[in-house]
Design a protein around this ligand. Structure first.
Ligand code: AMP
Ligand code: ZN
Ligand code: FE
Ligand code: FE
Length: 284
């Protein structure tokens, strides 16, 4: 009998950022989907691992620590995935904490801009709905706009108010890609350029490839093999690990299924091995 196909989805979001499933629900869904391994890569937070690590152990799923950092490069929003670190590493936890504060301030600014345009959302009411382990993002504001009947759906909130270039747009992060790569390496992690397929400017992609990356997310969401190939080839030429994941968010992006993209086993084992090594190192 053939061994089951190995599938490790290394990109998804929980309720600790803008996903609609809790870390535990994500692990249960992984089992249902036949995944052997998972990484929960919330935006700028590793809170999910408090709940997810013991649960993954109980369920027999290999849970690789991960996070998706927001960065800025030439005024463009760039996402960097970090993997294989000790999720309780103090440098990483502190960096995430700063992002959480920054996101709260940014959210207030977005609400101010919305109010200037006649759209009123009460920050206290919005924050009261969020669990203490949730790091806020634009999708939370978008959902509140849907709840209040201001827009029919989340996509419209982004298209009309919150997306890049719209009236209430505030850039996401002041951390540069270089700074973020540095922090990831200092915390013992590996740094992967998230969804290069979404980077519209080829010059920017070429520039990012010259930085201190360990990998590139070549297999992404529902894109076809033909669309992914040029990015994978460039990553391989540069000697990078080629990872993959769905970017599953649950209800917020219903067209994306958990496990629709995944990382090849050989690559996963390298990432896993690096993680195991980190667990034997005491943070300095
Ligand atoms: P933030 O991290 O606060 O800048 O929000 C970014 C997140 O918003 C992304 O990771 C997506 O989950 C979501 N997002 C961005 N653009 C859109 C869009 N056009 N429609 C729906 N969700 C979006
Ligand atoms: Zn997201
Ligand atoms: Fe992303
Ligand atoms: Fe993501």
């Amino acid at each position: 009998m053939n061994a089951p196909l190995f599938r490790a989805d290394l990109h998804c979001h929980s309720t600790c950022s803008d996903g609609s499933l809790t870390p535990k629900q994500l692990l249960d869904l992984s089992l249902q989907k036949g995944l052997q391994a998972l990484s929960i890569t919330d935006h700028d937070t590793v809170e999910a691992y408090q709940e997810a690590l013991p649960e993954a152990k109980r369920l027999g799923i290999r849970l690789l620590p991960g996070v998706e950092f927001s960065c800025e490069h030439r005024s463009l929003s760039i996402h960097i995935l970090a993997y294989s670190f000790d999720p309780f590493h103090p440098l990483l936890v502190d960096f995430c904490h700063k992002h959480k504060e920054r996101r709260l301030t940014r959210c207030q600014k977005i609400l101010e801009k919305l109010a200037q345009g006649g759209v009123h959302i009460d920050s206290k009411e919005l924050f009261a709905k969020m669990a203490s382990n949730t790091t806020i993002g634009r999708p939370h504001i978008a959902q509140e706009m849907v709840n209040k009947g201001i827009v029919p759906n989340i996509q419209q909130a982004f298209a009309r108010y919150l997306g890049e270039g719209c009236k209430a747009y505030i850039p996401s992060s002041s951390s540069s890609v270089e700074e973020t790569l540095d922090l990831i390496h200092q915390a013992g992690g590996l740094a992967v350029l998230a969804h290069p397929i979404l980077i519209k400017k080829s010059k920017v992609f070429a520039e990012l490839l010259t930085l201190d990356l360990d990998g590139l997310e070549g297999f992404y969401a529902n894109f076809s093999a033909d669309q992914e190939r040029p990015f994978i080839e460039k990553g391989e030429k540069r000697g990078l690990l080629i990872t993959g994941g769905s970017d599953f968010h649950g209800n917020a992006k219903p067209q994306i299924q958990l496990g629709c993209s995944w990382t090849p086993q050989e690559t996963f084992e390298k990432l896993w091995h690096h993680y195991q090594q980190q667990l034997t190192i005491q943070p300095s």
